[in-house]
Design a binder for this molecule. Structure first.
Ligand SMILES: [Zn+2]
Length: 235
């Protein structure tokens, strides 16, 4: 049991140092992730707007073709108006001419609408592009900072991970599970040393009899208050 406890202590020391190394990176990884997500969202929106602009251009071309056809028809009706023989015919053609004019006006309005929409989309794209340029610059800066930190820490980190792997192999699965569970629940610290009669994790007092047992290290003792694994470490 003594070896289990000393291996757990080793594991805790490695993990604490690894946590410190992660801490050195600060908010950078999270900030980088957030910017990347933001960038992705904006780039998707730009692509969507470009697709909509393509559609508007296509629609406009169609409306313009329709306008040309309607104008040709209008011209035909207007020519016919000079050749009518009866009032009834005159009225009928006049009505057709009015309808054609309304149709053309309606199509022209639609063309205008596509132009207005397109302008709005183009402006939105411009804004988004300015924002993405700014974000990309920020991202590069953060990535550079992070890289610098990682260059300083990665060697130690790799070494620690190797050591961790070796130590892990020496600990029984059930103890590892217990260790990991407590570590996760207790801010990274699963193993606490007895310090001046108290738990080094939560500082609650440990009964003297229990301290004696912990020193003997015949089994795993946990703090009644915080649940951390208690160990005795000689000074
Ligand atoms: Zn405790």
């Amino acid at each position: 049991m003594k070896s289990v406890l000393s291996n757990l202590i080793k594991l805790q020391q490695i993990d604490t140092r690894l946590d410190q190394l992660v801490l050195q990176k600060g908010d950078l990884p999270a900030m980088i992730e957030r910017i990347e997500e933001d960038l992705k969202e904006k780039q998707d929106r730009i692509a969507e707007l470009n697709a909509q602009i393509e559609k508007l251009k296509h629609d406009r071309k169609m409306f313009e073709v329709e306008i040309e056809a309607s104008k040709a028809q209008l011209k035909k009706y207007e020519d016919q108006l000079f050749q009518v023989k009866t009032n009834k015919e005159y009225d009928a053609i006049s009505t057709e001419i009015e309808n054609k004019k309304i149709e053309i006006e309606d199509l022209e309005n639609k063309v205008m609408q596509t132009l207005e929409d397109e302008e709005q989309f183009v402006n939105e794209i411009k804004e988004l592009e300015e924002e993405t340029a700014r974000l990309e610059e920020q991202l590069k800066e953060y990535q550079k900072e992070l890289k610098e930190i990682e260059q300083q820490t990665s060697e130690e980190e790799q070494q620690l991970l190797k050591e961790r792997h070796v130590v892990e192999q020496t600990i029984e699965e059930r103890f590892l599970r217990q260790y990991n569970r407590i570590r996760k629940a207790k801010g990274g610290v699963a193993v606490a040393a007895v310090q001046r009669g108290s738990c080094g994790g939560c500082f609650s007092v440990i009964p003297p009899q229990k301290i004696v047992e912990i020193r003997e290290s015949n089994r795993i003792y946990t703090c009644e208050h915080c649940g951390r694994i208690l160990v005795w470490v000689e000074d």
